[in-house]
Design a protein around this ligand. Structure first.
Ligand SMILES: C[S@@+](CC[C@H](N)C(=O)[O-])C[C@H]1O[C@@H](n2cnc3c(N)ncnc32)[C@H](O)[C@@H]1O
Ligand SMILES: O=c1cc(-c2ccc(O)cc2)oc2c(O)c(O)ccc12
Length: 235
């Protein structure tokens, strides 16, 4: 029988511990604009797709450590991770943000404007692959980005990886979200009943296996949010 608790209890499979972490170290220091965007998303369809705030906190620290200036985001939804990125890069930083769903982006846009960071965002209403291919047609984009965050159609993660690895600088980071898919990657296949969740589990397992043997990167599969695969381009 499918254990839906994992979806709501976080990857720790413990609602109390997830709540403790959020209430102790995340919510009290979450910027007001992010909190407002998160609250506005709560009444939007599929609101659970927003990046987990604890994972967002880690992403913010990594962006600062890296001094990231030029970034790519694949999968914007209402913009939690996008606003978080915009708040953690310098005033002249730029984010190429890609999503075919402009309506969801517009839910978060007022909070992005209020935070005064809209000028850092170049949103394109499109599936990501053709835009990445276009970027790669111009050699000046090779190794020109510090950071990328991927949180979109899970079956395309390897296709994104093959393109992002050329666009990201040596020493830069690519983060893939949902790579533990509620913990189900370690479950027996028959334990999952919903065919769509089953398919995403298979996509996540295939991606995790492929990335684990990619010698161009160092990886850390962090059990935060829904599973964050943090890749550092090594060469
Ligand atoms: C999980 S949500 C992203 C959540 C977002 N990072 C946040 O913090 O709120 C996934 C998004 O991926 C988008 N998406 C689906 N297919 C896509 C594609 N081919 N290219 C880019 N984005 C895509 C969906 O429209 C959806 O908004
Ligand atoms: O339940 C979901 C579904 C997705 C998803 C499915 C198909 C796409 O083309 C894009 C996204 O993503 C999710 C997600 O990122 C998350 O953190 C929780 C749930 C889901």
């Amino acid at each position: 029988m499918e254990n839906l608790a994992s979806k709501y209890d976080g990857i720790l499979q413990s609602g109390n511990l997830t709540k403790y972490i959020l209430e102790t170290s995340v919510y009290p220091r979450e910027p007001e604009s992010l909190k407002e965007l998160r609250n506005a998303t709560a009444s939007y369809p599929m609101h659970f797709m927003g990046t987990h705030p604890d994972a967002g906190k880690l992403m913010g620290i990594l962006l600062k450590l890296l001094n990231a200036k030029k970034t790519i985001e694949i999968g914007v939804f209402t913009g939690y991770s996008l606003l978080l990125t915009a708040l953690n890069i310098p005033d002249d930083g730029k984010i190429i943000a890609l999503d075919p769903d402009r309506k969801a982006y517009e839910v978060g846009l007022p909070f992005i404007k209020k935070a005064g960071v809209e000028h850092k965002i170049d949103f394109t209403e499109s599936p990501a692959l053709p835009v990445l291919d276009k970027l790669l047609e111009d050699p000046s984009n090779d190794e020109n980005f510090d950071f990328a965050f991927v949180d979109a159609d899970k079956h395309n993660y390897w296709n994104y990886h093959e393109r992002l690895i050329k666009l990201i600088k040596i020493g830069g980071l690519i983060i893939y979200d949902n790579t533990l898919w509620g913990g189900t990657v370690a479950w027996p296949e028959e334990a999952l009943l919903d065919p769509r969740r089953k398919k995403v589990r298979q996509d996540a397992i295939a991606f995790n296996n492929a990335i684990a043997s990619d010698t161009r990167i160092e990886i850390c599969l962090a059990s935060i949010g829904d599973g964050f695969t943090i890749c550092r381009r090594a060469h």
